[in-house]
Write a protein that binds this ligand. Sequence first.
Ligand code: E4P
Length: 219
Amino acid sequence: MKFFIDTANLNDIREAQDLGVLDGVTTNPSLMAKEGISGKDNVLRHYKAICDIVDGDVSAEVIATDFEGMVREGEELADLDDKIVVKIPMIKEGIKALKYFSERGIKTNCTLVFSAGQALLAAKAGATYVSPFVGRLDDISFDGIELIEQIRLIYDNYDFDTQILAASVRHSMHIIKCAEAGSDVMTGPLSAILALLKHPLTDSGLATFLADHAKSANK
Ligand code: E4P
């Protein structure tokens, strides 16, 4: 399973990249706003800065909700760098835009997906990635992981090339469950990735090894 980091924070992206396990980045307008990035030129510059750090795909979301606007913004984003994946919302005009970009070999990520039917449409339109929002479904008492399993079954039934990008991943257990469900990619915060490291027996075991080594070295 590929690991993407879901942030526009350059320090977090650098830290994940330095760890050596990062396969890409996803952003959204809320994450850009959180970093205080606004204005077209600053936004484009920031996406370029992200591309310069990471070895892998970088999802950059369009703001327009009409077909022509999405195409215009998406082409501008795609021109920035080969790593850019144009992120398009799951709406009717978005389906047309997914089709447009897929026919031109431009990578896409269909975002705000909450049902198997939406995922099926995104795959039919040729999306490179589909982003079911696991955490936001859990927030409203729907099972986000169950949706990943459902999409996996449908995509495997018909050999769709679209990759399942489990989004809105909030914690390490989500990552494990996405891997069990056969998600191709997961995107989450740095904290969720780093939490995979943690086990109390690792910490106590290492402390004992180091203490025993120190004792024998002092003899
Ligand atoms: C997906 O690409 C979104 O950027 C993101 O995963 C949403 O996560 P959230 O529900 O934690 O805001």
